[in-house]
Write a protein that binds this ligand. Sequence first.
Ligand code: BTN
Length: 261
Amino acid sequence: MDKEIIFLPITDSTNEEAKRLAQKDAKEGTVVTADVQTAGKGRKGRSWHTGEKTTLAMSFLLRPYENVGLLPDQASMITLVAAVSVAKAIEKMMKKTGVKEVPEILIKWPNDIVINGKKACGILTEMQLKGCDIDYVVVGIGVNVNQNGFPEDIEDIATSMRMETGFSFDRDELLDGIMNEFGHFYPLFCSKKDLSLLKDTYEELLINKNREVKVLDPKGEYQGIALGIDHEGQLLVKLADGNIRPIYAGEVSVRGLYGYV
Ligand code: BTN
């Protein structure tokens, strides 16, 4: 994928900026990154705090219908492809930077990146339709890179690459690394329009695998053992009665039994 990177000192949200560019016919592979976001967005309508020059805030544009004929209900899988790409890129960057004992960089289903049990990256993928087809998809990635600490309300669940290694990292290099990894994994996804070629890699990184999880379903919470994912990226949870239930990320959240993971 050819990429064009737009560096901004400040914007409301790199996702919003990427969407504005998409409306002006920007090409697949357009990447927006900013030192500061004044209205960074998280999943489920939450806000996302961007530490000035310590967070990597980036969003990139895909046109998966135009280019590979992807259908709207297949688009949610892109977020899992992005999660694998981020986890691999962080690991490679830590090794390259000389971190002696690289911590495990894992994925909490569906797409949070977790280092030593705390969240170091979140991903917000947004899709715009044109009629019944996908017009574009924006993948927004926020990585806690060089923070030294977090506000009290999230310090138990949030961490940064720096806090887990003692090293600081170059955010632009990490952006490049993420785009390179995505350039490797995304074609594997596009060739099948599902995660069959990525399932093993994803599951090797899945922190929830074979662990007890609490499924926060608005219709009622329940517990089970997370077995892995299916080819569409749904989490397969084995219930106490032995039944296996596929969980769709759009509907529910998953937690560990005693905390975030
Ligand atoms: C989450 O809630 O876990 C997702 C957070 C996604 C944050 C990133 S930062 C870059 C991009 N721009 C945004 O406004 N949000 C995403």
